[in-house]
Design a protein around this ligand. Structure first.
Ligand code: MG
Length: 524
C-alpha cells in the first residue's frame, strides 16, 4: 500500500509539475510557423499578374495567397526617420532620404494604396500568415554608411517590437548592414545580394545566405556545392525564365526570387512530378569558355566513315570544331579538308568520364539546318569499346537524330541484335517539330530496367518497353541493362545524311546543358 501511495504521489506531483510548466510558458503570439515547402520568393510581392504596384500591401497579400515561401520588399528611411517600403530611391520624383514622410504620403500608389510604412507592411504580413517569410531588403543609404547602420538598427527593433522576428529574412547589398543585423540578432537569417563573396567568406562573417543574380552561380558553379557544405542558404534573383528556373530547381536552391511566382510554382509542380527521388549526379552547364571540359568529355577521332560512309573527319581538341562560349557548347562542322575528308567536325563522348546505367538524361540542344547535316545525341555501351560485344549485339540508344534533308523531323530509336535498322525492325519513333533550328529543345530519356522513355521538352515522345508485343527480353532483344556513355556529334553526309549542300558551312549544333539524374538506388 505504502509503495502504491508513494507511486501515486510521484505521479500526481509530476502532473502538477507538467501543468505548471505549461501554464508558465509564454503565450505564443501567432500560429506555429511552417514556411511553405517551395522555393518561391515573390520579388517585391506578387504584383505582375494582377497589375498591382510593386512593393504594395496588395502584392504582399497576393504572395501570401499563392503560398510563396517568401515575399520580398525594399525598405528605405525618410528624412524624418520613417521607414517606408519602396524600391527606388525616389518616390514620385521626391528623394525619399531627403523628404519627410508627410510629404511622401501625399502621393498614392497606382492602386490607391497609401505608401506603406514598414510597420504597416509587417502588420499586414503577419495577418493570417504563418507560411510566407517577410524577405526584407534594407537598401543602403545614399547619404552615409552610418545612416545605413541606423536604418538597420531601427528595422531590426521594429521586427522585434511587432514579434515578427521569426518571420523575417534580411537581405542587403550593403555587407556592413548585414553584419550589424547579425550583432543585433545573431539568429536571424541574413542574405548577401552582391555576389562578390564566396560561401566560405559569408560563413566566416556569420552571414547565413548567398542571394545573388543567377548569372553569378553560372560563373561560380562551385559556390553551389560549397554553400551547401557550409550551410549557407542559396537564393538567386531575379529569375523569370522557365529554363533558368529549371536549372535552379535541378540544383536544389533554397530560394528563387522571381517576378513570375505563378510560373515558378508551375515549374516546381512539374519538377516534382518528373524528378521525384532523382538527384543530379553529372552535368555540364557550359558556363566556361574554350575547349569542352576535359574532365567531362572525351573525343572520338577519325575520318573513316564510321560505318555509314560519313564524310567528315572528327578532330580532337580542335577549338574551331568544338568549343564553349557564352554558356553554350558549339559543335561545328566546317568545309575544310583534313586527310582524306572534305569536312571537319567533332564527336564528343563521356566514355571514360561518365558511364550511366538507368536514370534520366537531358540535353538542351538547338540543331543545325541544311542538307547533309546529321546531328545526333545518343549512347553506346562500354562493352562495345572493350570489344566484349559487337554492334548491334551491344545495343544503341538514339536519343535524338535529325537529318537536314528532312527538316524538323526528329527521330529516336533503340537498336539491338534482333531489332535494328539493318532488319528495319528497330524500336523507333519520329515526329515533326516546328522549330528545331530556331529554338532549344530538351531531348531526354528516362531509363529504367523495364523501359526507356524518350521525352522532348518533358513531354513523352516515345516509350520502348522490355518485352513489349512479345519481343525478346534477353541481351539480344533488350541489351539495356549495362553501362552506356553519351555521344554528341555532328556528322556530315553518309548513308543517311545524304547529299551535302556546301553553302551551309560552317554548320553548328548548340548545347545549352547536359544533365544526368539518378535515384540513390541506381548506380553508374
Ligand atoms: Mg529588392
Amino acid at each position: 500500500m505504502n509503495r502504491l501511495k508513494k507511486i501515486n504521489t510521484v505521479i500526481i506531483g509530476f502532473i502538477i509539475l507538467l501543468f505548471s510548466a505549461c501554464v508558465s510558458t509564454k503565450p505564443v503570439a501567432m500560429n506555429k510557423i511552417a514556411f511553405a515547402n517551395n522555393s518561391v520568393v515573390a520579388h517585391r510581392g506578387a504584383w505582375k499578374k494582377n497589375g498591382f504596384p510593386e512593393n504594395s500591401i496588395a502584392s504582399l497579400k497576393h504572395a501570401i495567397e499563392l503560398n510563396c515561401t517568401g515575399s520580398e520588399f525594399d525598405v528605405r528611411m525618410t528624412a524624418d526617420d520613417s521607414l517606408v517600403i519602396n524600391h527606388d530611391p525616389h518616390y514620385n520624383n521626391l528623394e525619399i532620404e531627403k523628404t519627410t514622410y508627410a510629404n511622401l504620403v501625399k502621393f498614392k500608389l497606382t492602386n490607391g494604396e497609401k505608401l506603406p510604412t514598414l510597420r504597416e507592411y509587417i502588420k499586414a504580413g503577419m495577418e493570417n500568415n504563418n507560411s510566407t517569410r517577410l524577405v526584407c531588403e534594407i537598401k543602403p543609404s545614399e547619404i552615409s554608411k552610418e545612416r545605413g547602420q541606423i536604418i538597420a538598427t531601427k528595422v531590426v527593433q521594429l521586427f522585434k517590437e511587432l514579434d515578427a522576428e521569426q518571420m523575417v529574412a534580411f537581405i542587403s547589398f550593403d555587407y556592413e548592414i548585414l553584419k550589424k543585423i547579425r550583432v543585433l540578432n545573431p539568429t536571424v537569417s541574413t542574405q548577401y545580394l552582391e555576389g562578390n563573396k564566396s560561401p566560405e567568406q559569408l560563413k566566416a562573417d556569420g552571414i547565413s545566405g548567398l542571394d545573388c543574380h543567377f548569372s553569378v552561380f553560372k560563373n561560380h558553379p562551385e559556390w553551389i556545392e560549397s554553400a551547401k557544405n557550409n550551410n549557407i542558404t542559396l537564393n538567386a534573383w531575379t529569375v523569370n525564365d522557365a529554363v533558368d528556373m529549371d536549372w535552379l530547381l535541378a540544383n536544389n536552391f533554397d530560394f528563387i526570387t522571381t517576378n513570375e511566382p505563378e510560373l515558378l510554382l508551375e515549374r516546381i509542380a512539374q519538377f516534382k512530378a518528373s524528378y521525384q527521388d532523382y538527384k543530379l549526379v553529372w552535368s555540364d552547364e557550359f558556363d566556361y569558355s574554350g575547349l569542352p571540359d576535359s574532365t567531362k568529355w572525351n573525343y572520338d577521332i577519325g575520318g573513316h566513315g564510321w560505318g555509314n560512309n560519313e564524310k567528315q573527319f572528327y578532330l580532337e581538341k580542335s577549338i574551331e570544331n568544338s568549343f564553349v562560349k557564352a554558356g553554350k557548347l558549339h559543335i561545328v562542322a566546317l568545309k575544310k579538308p583534313y586527310k582524306n575528308s572534305e569536312y571537319t567536325s567533332a564527336r564528343l563522348t563521356t566514355y571514360k568520364r561518365f558511364l550511366m546505367q538507368y536514370g534520366k538524361l537531358e540535353v538542351m540542344a538547338k540543331l543545325p539546318e541544311g542538307k547533309g547535316t546529321w546531328p545526333a545525341i545518343w549512347m553506346l555501351p562500354e562493352t562495345l569499346r572493350t570489344k566484349e560485344e559487337e554492334w548491334p549485339l551491344s545495343g544503341e540508344i538514339d536519343i535524338m537524330e535529325h537529318v537536314g534533308k528532312d527538316p524538323n523531323v526528329v527521330h529516336t530509336s533503340l537498336h539491338t541484335e534482333l531489332y535494328n535498322f539493318w532488319k528495319k525492325n528497330q524500336y523507333t519513333h519520329f515526329e515533326t517539330l516546328p522549330d528545331v533550328f530556331k529554338e532549344f529543345h530538351l531531348y531526354g530519356i528516362e531509363w529504367t530496367s523495364e523501359s526507356i522513355k524518350f521525352y522532348i521538352d518533358n513531354n513523352l515522345f516515345y516509350e520502348a518497353t522490355k518485352g513489349e508485343n512479345g519481343k525478346d527480353t534477353t541481351n539480344e532483344g533488350w541489351p539495356f541493362e549495362k553501362p552506356y556513355y553519351l555521344i554528341i556529334n555532328l556528322a556530315i553526309g553518309g548513308n543517311w545524311g545524304g547529299e551535302i549542300d556546301d553553302s551551309i558551312f560552317p554548320s553548328e549544333m548548340l548545347i545549352d546543358y547536359v544533365r544526368i539524374y539518378q535515384k540513390s538506388s541506381q548506380n553508374n
